[in-house]
Design a protein around this ligand. Structure first.
Ligand SMILES: [Mg+2]
Length: 282
């Protein structure tokens, strides 16, 4: 009889579960329904703020846990853990950068939502949520190369890092999506298996992670099964990392997500004796 096991899935959002242009996950619906049916927890892992992720989850109900700000903040069952640096540390480093460089420095934490909306093109309601930051802060500035070098040094001295992603330089902690994923597994293990009897063998989650970008590499590396979602306009997709169980999804976005998750579940679940269902439903 195949060994039944508990499974947890960690997924990036933009370009992975959500379509790059439409932000729709409709094409992943069959696999998402299967996860619900099998009581497999799905964790969102994103650079978005917790406020943004909570808003998505209010309307979609997709996720059992949330990891925001690229691993800086973790929420499970309403308990929020600031895993990244303290907000004051980020604020202090930003003020030090402001006094050290020649150009004006503002950031998502210092400006009004109206300015964030203008800078990002987000609707005002979304800009408000994007501004609710725990431990990372995108800078609003027009730096010369020497300003960036100065800012990087100050960030490093504060135990932080300055990451260029898309159009912003973001001041943030050095924790990654991979470290936050490990922390989330610890917390999931406590809540998920708390009802298991003491003499039962210690349970461990088999993990599946899905992502499309270099900042997903630490999360993919951490997983038992790694899925790389190819980019929509890409030619041939080169693997992001070496991993014994890496697969590149056959299509971009949620359609590829759907196929890859279903394939892995076909391979590793015995639907009659799924451990997640046993734990949840006795
Ligand atoms: Mg992405």
């Amino acid at each position: 009889m195949p060994q039944s096991r508990a499974i947890a899935i960690f997924t990036d959002l933009d370009g992975t579960l959500l379509d790059h242009e439409t932000y729709s996950w409709t094409d992943a619906r069959p696999a998402l329904d299967r996860l619900k049916h099998l009581s497999i927890p799905l964790i969102a892992v994103s650079s978005k703020t917790l406020a943004e992720l909570e808003y998505i989850n209010e309307t979609s109900g997709l996720f059992d846990g949330l990891i925001g700000e690229n691993g800086g903040v973790i929420a499970l069952n309403g308990n929020v853990e600031q895993y990244g640096p303290a907000t004051e540390t980020v604020d202090r480093a930003r003020e030090n950068i402001r006094s050290a460089v020649a150009v004006p420095v503002e950031s998502f934490r210092t400006v009004s939502p109206e300015v964030i909306a203008a800078e990002t093109g987000l609707p005002l309601e979304d800009a408000i949520r994007a501004g609710q930051r725990h431990c990372s802060d995108p800078l609003i500035w027009q730096p010369a190369a020497k300003d960036i070098a100065v800012a990087r040094k100050i960030a490093e001295k504060s135990g932080l890092t300055l990451v260029k992603g898309g159009r912003f330089h973001t001041l943030c902690g050095t924790s990654s999506k991979g470290q936050a994923m490990r922390r989330m597994i610890e917390r999931l293990t406590v809540t998920w298996f708390e009802d298991a009897s003491d003499d039962a063998p210690r349970q461990r989650f088999t993990t599946i992670a899905l992502g499309d970008s270099p900042n997903d590499i630490p999360m993919l590396a951490e997983a038992d099964y790694a899925v790389q979602i190819p980019s929509k306009h890409g030619k041939r997709t080169l693997p992001l990392l070496e991993h014994p169980n890496l697969r590149i999804a056959p299509q971009p976005g949620p359609a590829g997500w759907n196929e890859a998750v279903n394939e892995i579940l076909d391979q590793i679940t015995d639907t009659n004796t799924n451990k997640n269902s046993e734990v949840l439903h006795g």
